[in-house]
Design a protein around this ligand. Structure first.
Ligand code: MG
Length: 287
């Protein structure tokens, strides 16, 4: 029987003397060379899994998924809008804004000019509209404005295909700006769940709880904080995850913090970038 060898190798081993089935072999735990994560080629309708196995990935944008080709682009479209609305952009030009929410950036930029948190909040919808319009104008020239960081598209695709993972945005960007950026780089379709955005709070720490509340409502589930994973490139990303009780993965693709500075904040995991999809999935599987 020519097929027997194949059967022996792929199914149960046989006792060579008797030809009978040998005792079943205890399965060996998967080694790192045999990733436990399914391949990206999953069935179209993945089988439902228990909600306790689900994980929601809360993605930062800048420095994690994309970066502006020109450093300081954020200030290029924000400074004229602040000058138009408040008559000044305060100290924005000299600030390091990475990891801050847009609301926090604007409040801090204008505080020495006598504008309060409430003054800025009162203008937030107008600000949001004008910032988005200005960013659309600047980015609408056809010239590429943002670039994808390594491996982002294939890693988001593999996670999108994976039954355990769902993706949402958790970013300091105001919501229309976040989706404008995702649209410009072709990532918008990966973020099907509601997220949390930079116009909502002065504190990034407030955002995971807001995102989780919306996601639980959307999915009609009661996922615990530990089932959320914040993925970002700054100490503030790690801090907001810890504050909520979520897990955190920090990526080394941001421009402003060294690996040592990031590791000192004790994230649950660090990856250099998102280029090794299997490594990213193994890392997330281990949290
Ligand atoms: Mg970032």
């Amino acid at each position: 029987m020519g097929d027997e060898r194949v059967e022996v190798e792929t199914a149960r081993p046989r006792d060579e003397a008797t030809g009978r089935d040998a005792e079943p072999i205890t399965p060996v735990p998967a080694s790192p060379r045999h990733p436990v994560s399914p391949s990206p080629r999953l069935p179209v309708s993945p089988p439902p899994i228990p909600s306790s196995d689900l994980r929601v990935l809360l993605w930062d944008i800048d420095g994690t998924l994309i970066r502006s080709i020109k450093t300081g682009a954020y200030k290029d479209y924000t400074i004229p809008v602040l000058e138009e609305i408040f008559g000044t952009s305060g100290r924005l030009a000299g600030m390091r804004v990475s990891g801050m929410t847009d609301l926090q950036i604007i409040v801090e930029a204008l505080s020495e000019e006598g504008f309060t948190h409430d003054d800025v909040r009162d203008q937030i919808h107008h600000l949001s509209k004008r910032l988005t319009a200005e960013a659309k104008r600047i980015t609408g020239s056809g010239e590429p404005f943002f670039e994808l960081l390594p491996g982002v598209t294939q890693t988001l695709q593999a996670l999108d295909d994976h039954p355990r993972y769902h993706s949402a945005l958790l970013t300091g960007n105001i919501e229309p700006m976040a989706y404008l950026k995702m649209d410009l780089v072709g990532l918008d379709h990966f973020f099907k769940l509601p997220g949390a955005f930079g116009e909502e709070s002065h504190e990034r720490r407030d955002l995971p709880e807001r995102a989780a509340g919306r996601i639980n409502e959307h999915l009609q589930l009661d996922l615990s904080p530990k089932q959320f994973v914040v993925i970002g490139d700054t100490p503030n990303d790690i801090d907001c995850a810890k504050h909520f009780g979520a897990r955190s993965v920090v990526v080394g693709t941001g421009r402003f913090y060294s690996t040592e500075e990031l590791l000192a904040c004790e994230p649950d995991a660090w990856v250099k970038d998102l280029s090794d999809t299997e490594l990213v999935i193994r890392t997330l599987d281990s949290l």
